[in-house]
Design a binder for this molecule. Structure first.
Ligand code: ADP
Ligand code: MG
Length: 226
């Protein structure tokens, strides 16, 4: 589904040049659950930004389905991102002025779904993540675990082809982390393609395949479902 060829990202600061990603060749197939593991500063967030079409590489190619996307206009890239890609972050960006239901519904307002269809999708997600009783409440008062579940429901509302997560359990307690990772595992089992970045070994072992980054290089790839 996602393929990169000799992907590189270079940051310049004054006269200083630094390769943050070096010669990255990865393939993520439909239905996979891939974890990008590596210490802080190894390039995970930068890589997700490229794979998620948020940022553009300094050189190399990114293929999304059968299309090379680095040559596309920003408008086209944004459209692909909106229609096919969802993100979860460590910092949970919910909209405090909208209630739980409205937060989850928000991405659907940009899709062609009818009102009835939107309602069906949101209700299903509320039910799935046991949020139905909180639907009318505002998310600011919830703990991080509930907020991240709302963010997950929102991310899934548009049925993304791929769900990216950048340290999505970073703020959760260890019990909550397990529970959240279990939700992701179940989603993957039902076919959701997932790619997660984490510096946590605990979280890394949940993936079907671990791609280890170090100083912007892919150092190992392992297939090891724990
Ligand atoms: P990770 O997510 O694995 O911690 P990042 O992708 O955030 O790694 O960062 C990798 C390296 O790139 C770090 O050394 C960081 O300082 C550098 N970096 C990230 N974004 C920028 C930027 N906009 N400008 C300059 N350097 C950056
Ligand atoms: Mg990071």
């Amino acid at each position: 589904m996602i393929h990169t060829r000799n992907l590189q990202k270079l940051f310049r600061r004054g006269n200083n040049e630094k390769y943050v990603l070096r010669n990255i060749n990865i393939d993520i197939e439909e239905g996979e659950y891939v974890v990008f593991a590596g210490p802080s500063g190894s390039g995970k967030t930068t890589l997700l930004g490229l794979l998620g079409l948020v940022d553009i590489p300094s050189s190399g190619e990114i293929w999304f389905r059968e299309q090379e996307i680095t040559g596309l206009s920003e408008r086209k890239r944004n459209r692909i991102r909106r229609d096919h890609i969802a993100f979860l972050f460590e910092e949970i960006h919910l909209i405090d002025e909208l209630n739980v239901y409205e937060n989850i519904e928000l991405p659907l307002l940009y899709m062609p779904d009818s009102r009835k269809e939107r309602r069906r999708k949101v209700e299903e997600l509320l039910d799935r993540f046991r949020l139905t009783h909180l639907r009318k409440q505002y998310p600011g008062k919830f703990g991080d675990f509930v907020q991240q579940k709302v963010a997950l429901a929102r991310a899934l509302s548009c049925s993304p082809d791929i769900l990216y997560g950048d340290e999505p359990t970073g703020r959760l307690s260890s019990g909550e982390k397990e529970e959240f990772m279990e939700l992701l595992r179940q989603l993957n089992e039902e076919g959701q393609t997932i790619a997660l970045a984490t510096h946590s070994r605990e979280a890394a072992r949940h993936g079907q395949r671990i791609i280890q980054l170090f100083d912007g290089h892919v150092v190992t790839t392992s297939s090891d479902r724990g």
